[in-house]
Design a protein. Sequence first.
Length: 247
Amino acid sequence: MKPYIFAARNDIYIIDLLKTMEQLKKAHEKIKNIVANGGEVLYVGTKKQAKDIIKQEAESSESYFISERWLGGLLTNFSTVKKTIERLKDYEKKMTTGGFKNLTKKEITGKEREIEKLTRMFGGIKNMERLPEAIFIVDTKKHKIAIHEANLMGVPVIALVDTNSDPDSVAVPIPGNDDAIKSIEIVTQVISAAVSEGRLMRKEISIANENARTARKQDENGFSEEVVIEDAEAKSERIKKTTRRVE
């Protein structure tokens, strides 16, 4: 972490906040472009200081999250994890449609407890049908297994990295205090903003591309077909360029 450290005083390392800002901008740009191109982001943070923030920000940006415990094999053995998620969905459906009506009260209570346990572990990824295109992690030391799995599967990792961690296995390390709630909150909010901007960009590009396809089939309002196509494609390109800038 030496390139990201400003100074050391009384054996305490002080992070260079200019480097933090620089890396935050890189992370913002990378996440935004991934989401704009149809990708999804998985938020991971299970330590006490991070779990509530991770859950809140992931939900606000309509993303997946793990806030209780990393599930070994989540990325490298996703097909098996999906089977457990399908069991959770099946139990939830039966619970609401009366599928357990023939069970005893004790058996139903057991199913309710299992649903509660599975929801706690898998609720944040219940609708994740494929591997995410990026992972955001708080505390790389705590989540070494998650990072290892991501690297094996070619999924880029963006992470809040403290001075006692190794940033080499992270695509975009964001130097910062991963124990301070405020630090975690600020960085995670930037990630969520990038996801939200990426979703808006994805929607606008989709509309522009649809307009371009429509323009190829018909001539509208007296304009030639070539002019309409050029107009729509130019708008699509303008949207891409505009959203590349980080404000």
